[in-house]
Structure formats: structure tokens, C-alpha cells
Design a binder for this molecule. Structure first.
Ligand code: RB5
Length: 153
């Protein structure tokens, strides 16, 4: 199932770098084309510099979804969620990944690189990419997330 297509953008700061590199290899192994927005090393950097370009591209519809990481996953998620068409979910296990897809229709997965192992991050990623949105009662809830709610609803 390719809910997010076959091209996946990914970005991290230094706190998520090692896990990002692991995920890139795993995704490529499954045949995905991976667009690496950086960072490209372990040197300390500012996560917004790498997360904004990815989130902006998802927001503009350039990619249906993406993966972001930082040490805690929080800074990356906060940055991505500044964009109106982005719903970034912070996931530290596969159950969270399934839920944020099923209930929140998350289109960006945020992983805390310092709090999960590489193998756990891969399980989280596979679950996120393969779990569909449930719709139904969650549809209106997701529509109510933006600050300006459609007045017809
Ligand atoms: C970097 O030290 C760390 O602050 C960053 O990776 C992230 O956890 C921020 O939310």
C-alpha cells in the first residue's frame, strides 16, 4: 500500500540524524525514492532550518506526506504544524503511528530520534505509511483542527 506515494521526503536535525540515515536505507530497500532535506551530518544545527522546507513542500502539495525527526520529536512537530495543510503527529511507538493515521489523518510523521531505537523507528514508519485514515466520525474532527473552521459545518 502506498498511501503517500513512492516518493518520501525526510528531514531531521542532528538529534534525529542517525535514525534518519537508517530510515533512508530501509525505505530505499522497499523501493521508495527518498528526498533527503538534511541535515547531512552530526554537527549541531537548528531543526527549523530543515523542517520548514519539508513542511512547506507538503503544505504546497508537492508531496502527500513526509517524515521528520529531531531529538525529542517535539521541535520538529511544532515547526511542521505551523502549516495549515500539515498535520504532524509525534509518534514514539507503532500504536501511536497507527492512531495518528486512523484518527488524525496525519500527513507528517515526527519521530523522537533520541528516544526510540532505529528498529523501533522503522516499525513506526512502516505503520504510519501503511495505515489508512478511518474517516467517519474523525472526518469532522480533523476539519475542525484549523483555526478558521468552515462556517457551514
Ligand atoms: C537538539 O539538542 C534538540 O533540542 C532537538 O533535537 C529537539 O529535541 C528539539 O525539540
Amino acid at each position: 500500500m502506498n498511501l503517500f506515494g513512492t516518493t518520501i521526503p525526510i528531514a531531521s536535525d542532528h538529534g534525529g540524524f542517525a535514525v534518519k540515515q537508517f530510515l533512508i536505507e530501509k525505505l530505499k530497500g522497499l523501493g521508495y525514492e527518498v528526498i533527503d532535506f538534511g541535515t547531512h551530518g552530526t554537527e549541531s544545527v537548528d531543526y527549523p532550518d530543515f523542517i520548514h522546507p519539508l513542511a512547506s513542500a507538503v503544505n504546497a502539495g508537492q508531496f502527500p506526506g513526509g517524515i521528520i525527526l529531531c531529538g525529542s520529536g517535539n521541535g520538529a512537530q511544532m515547526t511542521a504544524n505551523k502549516y495549515p495543510n500539515v498535520r504532524a503527529g509525534l509518534c514514539w511507538n507503532a500504536e501511536q503511528a497507527a492512531l495518528t493515521r486512523q484518527h488524525n489523518n496525519a500527513n507528517i510523521l515526527s519521530i523522537p530520534g533520541r528516544f526510540v531505537s532505529a528498529d523501533e523507528a522503522w516499525e513506526i514508519t512502516k505503520t504510519f505509511l501503511n495505515t489508512p485514515f478511518e474517516g467517519g466520525r474523525h472526518e469532522l474532527r480533523v476539519e475542525k483542527i484549523p483555526l478558521i473552521v468552515n462556517p457551514k459545518k
